[in-house]
Design a protein around this ligand. Structure first.
Ligand code: ADE
Length: 231
């Protein structure tokens, strides 16, 4: 799968994505991440990319012409792709959305910065852009959102996670709510024991215990998540 990231801060995105599992996925060729500097399409000698908002108010707004030219350059080189724009006012990103995006071949991620991108950019793309938020809080820019997006989508692609890493995939996906608690060695730590059932070797019992813990945790912490009981 190919990800093109359009940003004013390429180094913010490149380094983190070259580490760990996504870095390995890139090295293995399962994922390609190409980061593009929007400033290359800036206006004039100073490569201006933003300006003050019409109507007043604080902060700067990224120019729609600059962002559109950056997008068109990437599309001319690599194809139309599916365009995603990160804004706090976008549709909420969740596991279901990650699964949907993981079926695509090519996503172009546009990171707004400052007060975001002039609204005419998204308007001009109409149905051709998905505006996405990663949560109900305001970030300094879409770069963090793009990294979250690439991580969550990449780990769903075939061959990206080894078996040892793949058990979390279904946590939200099956509407199962939150994960059950996990334990590893040592068996006893500062007077705290690993629950007996996990040492029993009885997998039916272990599964039942985990389902129960999962349901308890979801009810306590995230009652808003639907949690159909198994069986
Ligand atoms: N840019 C600023 N805040 C954001 C958020 N919560 N999600 C996506 N992009 C953003």
């Amino acid at each position: 799968m190919r990800f093109d990231v359009l940003t004013l801060f390429p180094e913010m995105v490149r380094a983190p994505l070259s580490a760990s599992i996504v870095g390995r996925a890139q090295a293995a060729g399962a994922v390609t991440v190409d980061v593009h500097d929007v400033r290359e399409h800036g206006i004039g000698r100073h490569r201006t990319v933003d300006d003050t908002p019409y109507g007043g108010g604080s902060g700067m707004v990224m120019r729609c012409d600059v962002v559109a030219n950056a997008l068109r350059a990437v599309q001319a080189a690599h194809g139309a792709g599916t365009v995603v724009l990160f804004e706090p006012s976008g549709r909420r990103f969740d596991q279901r959305a990650a699964e949907r995006f993981a079926t695509l071949d090519h996503v172009i991620l546009v990171c707004g910065h400052y007060e975001g991108v002039d609204a005419r950019f998204a308007e001009s793309l109409g149905e051709g852009v998905e505006v996405i938020s990663i949560g109900d809080y305001v970030l300094t820019g879409g770069e963090y959102a793009a990294m979250v997006f690439i991580d969550a989508v990449s780990r769903l692609l075939p061959g990206v996670l080894g078996n040892a890493e793949s058990s979390r995939v279904e946590s939200f996906a099956e509407g199962r709510g939150l994960e059950f608690p996990q334990y590893t060695r040592p068996r006893e730590w500062e007077g705290r024991e690993v629950p007996d059932v996990l040492l029993s070797g009885n997998h039916a019992k272990i599964d039942a215990w985990r389902d129960e813990r999962s349901a308890d945790r979801t009810a306590a912490v995230r009652p808003d998540l639907v949690m159909p009981r198994k069986g």
